[in-house]
Design a protein around this ligand. Structure first.
Ligand code: I3S
Ligand code: MG
Ligand code: MG
Length: 436
């Protein structure tokens, strides 16, 4: 009996395909948001089995559904056979204002996709044509650098993909721009919107490759921030950044192109090989701030959800600079980019699709995302020996639950970039006797 030949896929080709798909996704997210007159048609409330229990109301937009279908379509076209292994947050049903339920998918031609979208958009042909053009556009990004060694390949049947087409949907729906706060983190607003595409190993469940695209990201803001010298710090208050360069537009809006700007970051981690997007993309703003402010940061920064209970928040504030931020993906990304040292979530309000992509980026930097309940059940001194076993995994559902909860990160999580910060937090949580 011969064994079936495994089809192998090069990691660099996967990376390029996922980055291109995320760029298309970001274009769609920006276009849907730009059509302000239409936006109200593009939002629908999720039903009981689909929604995150943390929210009384949970929404999905046409952008969520279209982005997910687009990524699925483009990745499957490039790697036939992978389709069944691509899963995402959304179902592809969308209901228009007439109450008609329509199955949104990418059709063989632009005209067919346009006709389908026109049904969702209550006959608005212009918007349907605009979106269909974006869906069928060939994204020819330059080769993603640095390149992964061509010898790194994976059997096609060991590749799984989780997509969160729009993370921070509520901020996306609100559509407001919020000035980033003192640590360079915006507590809410379009900046927290992320397209998350994470690849994991089906056999081990480990995150391998993560692509995070932020469709509304203000380059100017961060570039200027990192070049501020102490002599211009008159515009910075004596403790941290509260005001910024006068006339500096905070919007991630490119006036010459008349569109929002964004960025894409990625990371890869498999066995001993780790690689990620050029360091320049991940400005270490916290240390920039520390260097430029009169008072250096004497506490680590921890980012958390605004839904955490107040006794915990108060306890954390004694030890940490606590920064609330929207969007689970955005919070992990802020740890990866050095804006925060840690992200703690004590509840089961994130899902595999929220964490897989940014988790892979953190793994590529020597950090990770651990299961909080498991971490707290172990003695502190055995934590580092169990680092691998404590990571969140992506190949198996939670037991004893149904619907969307099967893919919930039930036990809470800690995202970290360095193990010293991790250990310090766990010791602190044990001292305050936290029970997730
Ligand atoms: O927008 P979707 O894709 O549904 O994902 C949500 C996550 O599942 C939630 O965990 C986030 O809430 P928290 O950041 O409070 O955990 C939630 O953040 P938000 O409430 O700030 O929008 C989102 O990231
Ligand atoms: Mg999400
Ligand atoms: Mg989402």
């Amino acid at each position: 009996m011969g064994t079936e030949q495994q089809q192998l896929v090069k990691a660099q080709e996967l990376l390029q395909t996922l980055v291109n798909a995320s760029e298309k996704a970001a274009n769609i997210a920006r276009a849907c948001r730009g059509e302000s007159t239409l936006f109200s048609l593009l939002v629908e409330e999720k039903k009981d089995g689909e929604k995150n229990k943390r929210f009384f109301q949970d929404f999905k937009t046409l952008a969520d559904v279209l982005v997910q279908e687009c990524v699925r379509h483009d990745v499957s076209k490039r790697f036939p056979g992978i389709e069944e292994s691509i899963r995402g947050e959304e179902s592809n049903q969308f209901t228009n204002t007439l109450g008609e339920s329509i199955c949104v998918k990418v059709m063989a031609t632009g005209t067919e996709t346009e006709n389908l979208l026109a049904k969702v958009l209550d006959g608005n042909k212009n918007a349907a044509a605009l979106l269909a053009d974006l869906v069928h556009e060939d994204i020819n990004n330059s080769v993603v650098e640095p390149r992964l060694d061509s010898s790194i390949q994976f059997p096609l049947n060991d590749i799984g993909i989780w997509i969160d087409p729009i993370d921070s949907t509520s901020e996306y729906v609100n559509g407001q721009w919020e000035k980033p706060g003192v640590f360079g983190i915006a507590s809410s607003g379009l900046q927290s919107v992320c397209v998350l595409i994470g690849m994991y190993s089906v056999s081990s469940g480990a995150p391998l490759l993560g692509v995070v695209n932020q469709p509304f990201y203000a380059w100017d803001y961060y570039l200027t921030l990192s070049s501020i010298s102490p002599t211009t710090a008159g515009r910075i208050d004596s403790v941290h950044l509260t005001s910024f360069v006068v006339n500096q537009p905070f919007y991630a809006w490119d006036y010459s192109l008349n569109r929002w700007t964004g960025r894409c970051i990625w990371g890869f981690c498999h066995q001993k090989t780790t690689l990620n997007v050029d360091e320049k993309l991940c400005h270490n703003i916290s240390s920039e701030l520390a260097a430029n402010c009169n008072t250096p940061l004497d506490k680590s920064v921890i980012t958390i959800s605004s839904s955490e209970a107040s006794p915990l928040v108060s306890a954390l504030k004694d030890k940490y600079e606590v920064v609330f931020a929207a969007g689970a993906g955005y919070k992990v990304v802020n740890v990866a980019c050095g804006l925060a040292n840690l992200y703690l979530l004590t509840k089961g309000s994130t899902f595999r699709w929220d964490t897989c992509a940014p988790h892979a980026i953190l793994r590529s930097m020597g950090g990770g995302v651990m299961n909080l309940k498991k971490v707290l059940s172990l003695p502190l001194d055995s934590l580092l020996d169990n680092q691998e076993n404590l990571q969140l995994i992506y190949n198996s559902p939670e037991e004893g639950v149904s619907g969307v909860d099967r893919w919930c990160n039930m036990d809470g999580l800690i995202a970290y970039r360095d193990t010293a910060s991790l250990l310090e937090l766990v010791q602190f949580l044990k001292e305050v006797n936290l029970k997730p």
